[in-house]
Design a protein around this ligand. Structure first.
Ligand SMILES: Cc1cc2nc3c(=O)[nH]c(=O)nc-3n(C[C@H](O)[C@H](O)[C@H](O)COP(=O)(O)O)c2cc1C
Length: 167
């Protein structure tokens, strides 16, 4: 039995809230002193384990997450870490791989575990620029445009639980 409590950070970026929800579900399943923070509120990386989560917009991680990683490259390189991405769906393997690679490609050092979760989107919350972008993206993958909620709390919590073996 270990008697040392690890300090764990779940750091996320989120534009419309689904990645934030997922980050909190994951954080609840992890043993240790867990902080779940938006990257804009992370002021120290003095943690034993770090979980990074971002949604994919226009095939890329959110810019806030990319610049957070850039700013902290040296410290992140030697940290124990896992990641997750959130996207419009996670059914097609090639798309899952593309989305996770768009994120892992910019992260220095070793990554223990990755996951892709489907998120949610409420069209009434989107700006006209976002609507235009999402319409062209959805038609490029032959999917109907429209609001959806594909969040799966159980799967997200299971991922959180599975990370306890690294913490
Ligand atoms: C303008 C826009 C562009 C998007 N582009 C992509 C994309 O390129 N690939 C993808 O898989 N999902 C894409 N999505 C879906 C989002 O990743 C998904 O809705 C996610 O849940 C958003 O996370 P958030 O609520 O944390 O901001 C896009 C959504 C919007 C609104």
């Amino acid at each position: 039995m270990r008697n040392v409590t690890s300090d764990v950070l779940v750091a996320y970026a989120s534009k419309h809230g689904s990645t934030e929800k997922i980050a909190h579900w994951i954080g609840k399943e992890i043993r240790g002193n867990v902080d779940v923070l938006n990257v804009s509120n992370v002021h120290s990386l003095n943690y034993d384990y770090i979980i990074l989560g971002t949604p994919i917009y226009e095939h890329e991680p959110l810019p806030e997450m990319s610049s957070f990683i850039n700013r902290n490259k040296d410290q992140l390189e030697n940290k124990k870490k896992s990641v997750f991405v959130v996207s419009s769906d996670n059914e097609v393997r090639s798309k899952r791989e593309m989305n996770i690679e768009a994120f892992t490609n910019i992260i220095p050092g070793e990554i223990n575990q990755t996951a892709v979760f489907a998120g949610e989107m409420d069209n009434s919350e989107l700006s006209s620029k976002e609507l235009e972008s999402v319409n062209s993206y959805m038609s490029s993958i032959s999917k109907p445009t429209g609001s959806y909620s594909k969040l799966n709390e159980k799967k997200c919590r299971e991922y959180g639980k599975s990370l306890n073996r690294f913490v």
